[in-house]
Each structure stands twice: as structure tokens, then as C-alpha cells.
Design a protein around this ligand. Structure first.
Ligand code: LLP
Length: 442
């Protein structure tokens, strides 16, 4: 079983003090030492899923694994994934800059996005980003202009909309026909003609698609491969154009609760490689380099968030609410996607789960509910709640709503904990504020 098929990180245990521990570190002590809310990442869990991905694809000779930074982008995480041999899918100047500062080989970076700004494209060129996945006609022309002014030839892929609908939350579906991302299949020829005839500073290597996120089906990956290969063969026939790269995006799901049954990287690899082999033969093309861009499945299970439980409220004839010291600003996913999570009390993981409670966030929104109706032991003020599977799209989507400081993040391994993101201070919160002179109070 791969780690994305489990709720809890690899090294999660109960120690001799009866507390949860991760990476050999007592989670109650981590909460005391670093304060809460606290994001904790387990290094071994990340390395374990990276190994599974590499092992799963080892029989296909040309694979570029690109970690989708949008799931969690920090310098330490980038350095760790680079040490595992991963490249990076980035979507903003901020992500480009972070991986650059982490010492990543920029030729292994691919820049995605449906509305990249001129400044971002320029930065990508200056820092030597290896591939740019061009999303639309406007960007084709803009990028060619910027490349020309820098006297560079830029290596690109074309992002296409394959017309595949996957069964996931509507907000995280991307491959269906009416999508804001990519060229429609009927627009590819025009884009290719422009590249071949006018945009001489763009060098096209292949096609890119991404169907969606938190995907549990495997068959759609086979369909996606067929669509991409069919297009490559068609473009060869029509333009005598030899494209040798296909990027199938990310999307593999994880297990947030017992109901979730995601496939493993091995299952996905099997589907992708079989479909590649069949379609290479069927459409008679040379085997292309395969890019994959997993985000969530690499980092989600490695992360837990620790909160301190505070006020509790029993609504007469209704729910029991227990409030944590964080919520929608450090984890927007329950309110945005109705996402469900699993959790335990770190200081009494073995106690009987005798209560059904709803975990409320501390932010000023009725919708700020982290977990509805979870079974937990009898709650006492000061208990430490450990919410599982918060490594992906939690910190990366965090905000300062209610002017609350973003939490710190630590990485644990072999009984060590290292701070990788400092907790924001009150001064950090006002660091960019400016009071115009006329409003200053003397
Ligand atoms: N490649 C592309 C082009 C993408 O748009 C994405 C995710 C990925 C790769 C990585 O997908 P993953 O392996 O992580 O599923 N905030 C949402 C997820 C949004 C995903 C956006 N694109 C959530 O919290 O569920």
C-alpha cells in the first residue's frame, strides 16, 4: 500500500507517554515548543511516496516527475523534493522565486498558468525555467515578444483541454471542455501554425493536459494519453512536426477519511504506461518523454496540523461545538470544497471516543467549521487536536483573515524537529501597511 492510500503519516505512533508522536517527536511537546496552530511535516512520508512514484514508473524509460508546487511551496520542501530527483511545476513568480532560492536546477522547472503576467514570463526567462506551458493565444504572442526582446528561444508545451470529465469536486475539475484552462482541441492547429510561421522564438516540444485533482479513477488517465498521442500523430501528419513530450498533469487523490479509496502511484503508472505503449503502436509514433505533475499525493499525507482546543458549547438539543485556535485561514478546504478530515487528540489517542463533536474554527464566519460530527474522547480545554492529511493546499491557500498570523511549520525526522516556516508576528501583519501623512495621528 502506498502512503497516499493511508490517512496517517508513515511514522505516526503512540509513545511511552501515551501521546502521539511523529518522526520520533512527541506532538504534544511540539505544540508546547512551537505553539499552535502548527503545521508538522513528516520527512519520511514524503520520501516514501517519492520512492513509490520513481519505482512505479521505472519501466518507462523517459519520465520527468515534476512536483506541483501549488500544493505546498516552501524553500525547504523544494530542496527536499529536488534531493529526490523531482522537477517542479510552478504557477507564479512567487513559486519560481522560491524554487530558485532553494537551489533547484531551473532547467527542471515547468511554468504553468492561464494568465501569466509579462513580469512573470520575463522572470521565467531570466532564471532559465526549462519549459513554459502556454495556455492561450494571447500568451503565445506575449511570450514570443518577450523571448524576442531577450534574444532567446523558449521551449514550450501547449496546454490543451482534453474534454475529459472526472468525478471530483466541480471547482477542481479542469479537463472538461468548458474550462478556463488551455486550448480547445479545435484550436490546436491554429496555435501550431502560428508557432511554425510567425512565433520564431518559441520552440514547441509537446502537449500538456491536466484533468483535475483528488481523482480516484485510473481509466481516465488511459483516455488522456490516447487523446494526447492521437493529437501528436495528427500534428505530425499535418505539419510534419515531431513532438516528443506529453504532460498528463497531476491529480492522484489521497485518503482524508475512511470513505476515500484512492489508487496508488503504481496503479496510475500501470494505466499510463500500458496506454502509452498501446497508443504509440496504434498511432505509430516514437515513444515520447512523459511528464507527470503530482502535488497533493506527494505532500498531503505527510502533513498534520496541531491545534489547541478552547471553548466548548453545547447547543441545547443540538450539536456540541469545540473551538480550535485556527480554522478557515489555515485550512480553507472544508468551507471551500466541503472537504472532510480525520483527527485525534494527541495527548490521549487511546482514550475511548465517547463524544460526537463538531470542530469549529476561530474565525468570524459561521461556515468556519473544520470537522463536522467527529467522534473524539471527552474533550478538555487545552487538549491538542491533530488533524491528518493537511500537507497539501492548507498552508498554500492560507490567508490572514481576521488579521490572524499564519502558523509556523516544522519538519520532523529521526526525533528532530526543524522550523521551516516561522510563525508570523503581529509586526509581520502590519509590515506592508502605510498610513498617509494626512491620516497620521500626532
Ligand atoms: N498540474 C496542474 C496543471 C494543475 O493545475 C494541478 C492542480 C496539478 C498539476 C496538481 O494536482 P494534484 O496532484 O495536486 O491533484 N486547491 C484544491 C486543488 C486545486 C488543484 C489545482 N491544480 C484543493 O485543495 O483540493
Amino acid at each position: 500500500m502506498s502512503i497516499n492510500q493511508k490517512i496517517k503519516p508513515l511514522t505516526l505512533n503512540i509513545n511511552s507517554d501515551g501521546n502521539l508522536e511523529l518522526g520520533g517527536c512527541d506532538l504534544v511537546e511540539l505544540a508546547q515548543n512551537y505553539n499552535t496552530p502548527l503545521y508538522v511535516l513528516d520527512e519520511q512520508t514524503i520520501r516514501s511516496i517519492c520512492c513509490d512514484y520513481k519505482d512505479a514508473f521505472k519501466n518507462y524509460p523517459k519520465v520527468n516527475m515534476m512536483y506541483a508546487s501549488k500544493a505546498l511551496c516552501t524553500e525547504a520542501v523544494s530542496a527536499l523534493l529536488a534531493s529526490e530527483g523531482f522537477g517542479f511545476d510552478v504557477v507564479s513568480a512567487g513559486e519560481i522565486y522560491t524554487v530558485f532560492k532553494a537551489g533547484v536546477d531551473m532547467s527542471k522547472v515547468l511554468f504553468n498558468g492561464n494568465n501569466k503576467s509579462p513580469e512573470e514570463l520575463t522572470l521565467a526567462l531570466q532564471l532559465g525555467v526549462g519549459r513554459i506551458s502556454v495556455d492561450n493565444f494571447f500568451e503565445l504572442s506575449l511570450l514570443n515578444e518577450i523571448a524576442l526582446s531577450h534574444n532567446k528561444i523558449v521551449d514550450i508545451l501547449l496546454r490543451i483541454t482534453p474534454g475529459i470529465e472526472c468525478h471530483t469536486h466541480e471547482y477542481i475539475q479542469t479537463g472538461h471542455l468548458d474550462s478556463k484552462f488551455g486550448f480547445d482541441l479545435t484550436q490546436i492547429d491554429e496555435a501550431v501554425e502560428l508557432i511554425l510561421e510567425q512565433y520564431k522564438n518559441l520552440r514547441l516540444h509537446g502537449l500538456h493536459a491536466h484533468i483535475g485533482s483528488q481523482i480516484f479513477e485510473t481509466a481516465i488517465y488511459a483516455d488522456e494519453i490516447e487523446i494526447l498521442i492521437k493529437e501528436i500523430a495528427r500534428l505530425d501528419e499535418k505539419f510534419e512536426l515531431k513532438l516528443d513530450e506529453i504532460n498528463v498533469g497531476g491529480g492522484l487523490g489521497v485518503k482524508y477519511t475512511e470513505k476515500d479509496l484512492p489508487p496508488s502511484p503504481y496503479d496510475i503508472a500501470e494505466k499510463l504506461i500500458t496506454s502509452l505503449e498501446n497508443n504509440i503502436e496504434k498511432y505509430n509514433i516514437d515513444s515520447p518523454t512523459l511528464f507527470i505533475e503530482p502535488g497533493r499525493s506527494i505532500i498531503s499525507t505527510a502533513g498534520v496540523t496541531l491545534y489547541t482546543l478552547g471553548s466548548a458549547k453545547q447547543v441545547p438539543h443540538g450539536k456540541k461545538y469545540v473551538a480550535v485556535d485556527g480554522g478557515m485561514a489555515d485550512n480553507i478546504r472544508p468551507s471551500m470544497y466541503q472537504a472532510e478530515y480525520s483527527a485525534q487528540i494527541a495527548n490521549k489517542p487511546l482514550a475511548d471516543c465517547s463524544e460526537t463533536v463538531t470542530i469549529a474554527g476561530r474565525f468570524c464566519e459561521s461556515g468556519d467549521i473544520l470537522i463536522k460530527n467527529i467522534k473524539l474522547p471527552e474533550i478538555e480545554e487545552g487538549d491538542i487536536l491533530c488533524v491528518y492529511n493537511t500537507g497539501a493546499y492548507n498552508y498554500s491557500m492560507a490567508s490572514n483573515y481576521n488579521r490572524v498570523q499564519k502558523p509556523a511549520m516544522v519538519i520532523v525526522n529521526n526525533s528532530n524537529s526543524d522550523l521551516i516556516i516561522k510563525r508570523e508576528s503581529l509586526d509581520d501583519l502590519i509590515a506592508n501597511d502605510i498610513i498617509p501623512d494626512r491620516l497620521k495621528r500626532v
